[in-house]
Design a protein around this ligand. Structure first.
Ligand SMILES: Cc1cc2nc3c(=O)[nH]c(=O)nc-3n(C[C@H](O)[C@H](O)[C@H](O)COP(=O)(O)OP(=O)(O)OC[C@H]3O[C@@H](n4cnc5c(N)ncnc54)[C@H](O)[C@@H]3O)c2cc1C
Length: 338
């Protein structure tokens, strides 16, 4: 792929974005609004990253982000203008967390939003006007005469680009920089890599409702950190009910190599222990997130290396949530424009 737009107009930059999660898509849209020429590279088949839904019988289950907040009014405006109002809405559920002594307390009152009819409806809408190259895993980047050339794992080449934005989780970003001989950038990510924790996610289907007080709950449990009635989200028209279970970071770390069927059994046992539900699910689906959430409290917002023309954005740089991914991308685009 070649792109010579920059030689005609120096104000219009050719920018590569690695990753099409919320951070990558937000950065791409905001940069295109400044008339830059943006190409997004995504290693997976679809966009969305950890805003992920898995196909299950009768529909889909959200295996990654469960809901998101809109505390920053700029995020609402961005979503409304670039994704539209139809693909997301409030999840009108009851939510509770469990104290160590076992009693349950409702979450603080706050509107919790979800994609409709699935989480990935949002990323699909955001990606609709963006040049996203799917199933392209960027392996190396090399600079020649102030221009960047990217190479994927199938040895295909892309470029030239004036600047590159990397929105992969820090371990994958560090691999990319290490492969490219950018050791100063790679070592800047060491602390962030160790702060990212894995998470086992399991979706289970019950023919009849298992019965639980809350649609979303954070139990005090050594195995499970989150249990949700996915079918209670708006726009899901499931027969029976799909529930999504997330394991704690510690349990997921200890069981990162445990066979999937054993993980499902252990998480189901914990689900029964927490909810008292004796029903057997008739279907299960599991997913292992190697890089799920950051437990760091150090959030610089974004990273920008002007001498190299390389920026980093992602949730792990700004609060570790969907909204943080947008905030980080927005902060990076502002920094790059100064
Ligand atoms: C189990 C789980 C539960 C969560 N629950 C919540 C929640 O309830 N609320 C909330 O707000 N947040 C939640 N989150 C966090 C939320 O999902 C993330 O904060 C957000 O989706 C991160 O977006 P991002 O764009 O920064 O990164 P990602 O979504 O990870 O996007 C990075 C993208 O880069 C791609 N990529 C990586 N390397 C390469 C490469 N070399 N070449 C090309 N592409 C590459 C990846 O495939 C991915 O698509 C949860 C996450 C998980 C895993």
């Amino acid at each position: 792929m070649t792109n010579h737009q920059n030689s005609q107009c120096p104000d219009i930059r050719r920018i590569a974005v690695v990753g099409s999660g919320v951070a990558g898509l937000s950065a791409a849209i905001l940069l295109e609004q400044q008339n830059h020429s943006v190409t997004v590279f995504e290693k997976s088949r679809g966009s969305g990253g950890r805003l992920a839904s898995k196909r299950v019988a009768g529909g889909s289950a959200d295996m990654g982000a469960q809901y998101f907040t809109i505390r920053n009014p700029e995020f609402r405006t961005f979503l409304e203008q670039n994704a539209g109002n139809d693909c997301f809405g409030p999840w009108q559920g009851c939510f509770g967390f469990q104290h160590p002594d076992g009693h349950w307390q409702a979450f603080p009152v706050e509107t919790r939003y979800v994609g409709i009819p699935r989480m990935t409806a949002i990323s699909r809408a955001l990606a609709s006007d963006i040049d996203v190259r799917a199933e392209v895993r960027i392996d190396t980047m090399a600079r020649k005469d102030n221009e960047w050339y990217l190479t994927d794992t199938s040895s295909r080449h892309y470029g030239p680009f004036d600047q590159v934005i990397v929105t992969a989780p820090p371990a994958q970003a560090r691999d990319l920089f290490t492969n490219s001989g950018l050791m100063n950038l790679a070592s800047a990510l060491d602390g962030s890599v160790s702060a990212i924790q894995p998470c086992w996610a399991v979706a289970v289907h019950f023919e009849s409702a298992p019965g639980a007080e809350f649609e979303g709950m954070r139990p005090h449990n050594s195995v499970l950190s989150w249990i949700a009635n996915n079918s209670s989200k708006p726009g899901r028209e499931d027969h029976g009910q799909w529930w999504v279970l997330h394991a704690t970071s510690q349990w997921s770390t200890e069981h990162v190599e445990t066979p999937m069927d054993q993980v499902v059994d252990a998480m189901l046992d914990a689900f029964r222990e927490v909810t008292g539900c004796a029903a057997m699910p008739d279907e299960t689906v599991a997913h292992r997130w190697l890089y799920a959430r950051s437990d760091s409290n150090d959030y610089p917002g974004c990273l920008w290396f002007p001498a190299e023309g390389i920026g980093l954005a992602g949730d792990w740089l700004s609060g570790g949530r969907v909204e943080g991914a947008f905030d980080s991308a927005s902060a990076l685009v502002t920094t790059m424009s100064q």
